[in-house]
Design a protein around this ligand. Structure first.
Ligand SMILES: [Zn+2]
Ligand SMILES: [Zn+2]
Ligand SMILES: [Zn+2]
Ligand SMILES: [Zn+2]
Length: 307
């Protein structure tokens, strides 16, 4: 400080006074200007965080600088992220699984914890079902883009509302309510178009169940894992975990059943009858049904971890 005083030709006391004066003066504070654009710095144009670090730059210049630097290093950052994703694939996968597991356990505990139909408690076999069967409408109204993790997060955030809308259901019960399971296939097939000339939803349901029944006639009417023989619970599963690839080839929904039948069940993929519990349970358990493992990863007590 003595050196600074000497440089300015002041005594130490005078110098101290001048510094104090500079710091506390409201006038000088008003005169402060942005080092980029000379705009006056006041409460409206200056961020408190900038003030703390004595960074004499206005809000506009600050955000401009940030945007420029982001653009400048965009490719570099993207490349870095890409390398990170490739080299830490397992780490990211493990984290995503444990995160999804955590919010699922938390959300299902909020809305009951066990299946309302059969009292199943293994978390792999459970899901959040809509009490009034209005899942599609709820998705549209709530702003949640898709089912799954986002729904569980919504339940955790809106506990009271969630208890009115959702209940815990096993996959078997949840899926037995789905697309035309109540259709009676012994009755004749409804007309493709209804009286107004629009496509007839009854026809679509009947058609779906018709081709599904044809497939189950071929693959058997009982789950290969747990021998569940309730016709409403059954679907086709891929024990070799290649269902995604197969669906890309033959489509989803009615189309997948119809095209499988039309091809005479001639396919390189291994397919077997599964109930929805075993099918969805295997999907979240690395392809192995939790029935086949005594203490599966998900059934073990899980402690949610902070990210
Ligand atoms: Zn500025
Ligand atoms: Zn159930
Ligand atoms: Zn089963
Ligand atoms: Zn099973």
């Amino acid at each position: 400080m003595r050196l600074y005083a000497q440089k300015r030709g002041l005594t130490l006391e005078e110098f101290k006074k001048s510094r104090k004066h500079r710091r506390s003066s409201e006038e000088l504070k008003i005169k402060l200007a942005c080092r980029n654009c000379d705009a006056l710095l006041n409460d409206a144009t200056w961020w408190p965080s900038c003030r703390k670090r004595r960074n004499y730059i206005c809000i506009t210049c600050m955000s401009l600088n940030a945007a420029t630097s982001q653009n400048k290093h965009r490719d570099k950052r993207a490349a870095h992220a890409k390398i990170y994703r490739v080299t830490n694939e397992l780490k990211m996968k493990t984290y995503a699984t444990s995160y999804r597991k955590g919010i699922k356990i938390e959300a299902l505990a909020i809305i009951g914890g066990k299946c309302v139909h059969c009292e199943e408690t293994r978390i792999e076999f459970l899901t959040a079902g809509h009490k009034n069967n209005d899942g599609a409408e709820w998705l549209r109204l709530s702003g949640v883009k898709r089912h799954g993790g986002t729904t569980y997060n919504w339940i955790i955030r809106n506990t009271d509302l969630a208890n009115m809308i959702f209940q815990v259901e096993c996959w078997n019960y949840n899926c037995s309510k789905q697309y035309g399971r109540e259709v009676d296939l012994t009755k004749p097939r409804p007309h493709r178009k209804n009286a107004e000339g629009h496509s007839n939803p009854e026809y679509l349901k009947y058609n779906h169940q018709y081709w599904r029944a044809k497939c189950l006639d071929h693959y058997g009417w009982a789950c290969m894992c747990c021998d569940d023989a309730d016709s409403k619970h059954l679907t086709l599963g891929h024990p070799n975990k290649d269902g995604g690839r197969h669906r890309k080839m033959i489509g989803e929904g009615t189309s997948k059943f119809r095209r499988l039948c039309k091809s005479g069940f001639n396919t390189p993929f291994k397919i077997e009858t599964q109930c929805y519990n075993c099918n969805m349970g295997a999907a979240v358990n690395a392809g192995i049904c939790p029935h086949k493992i005594k203490d599966s990863l998900l059934t073990a007590p899980f402690v949610p971890q902070a990210p």
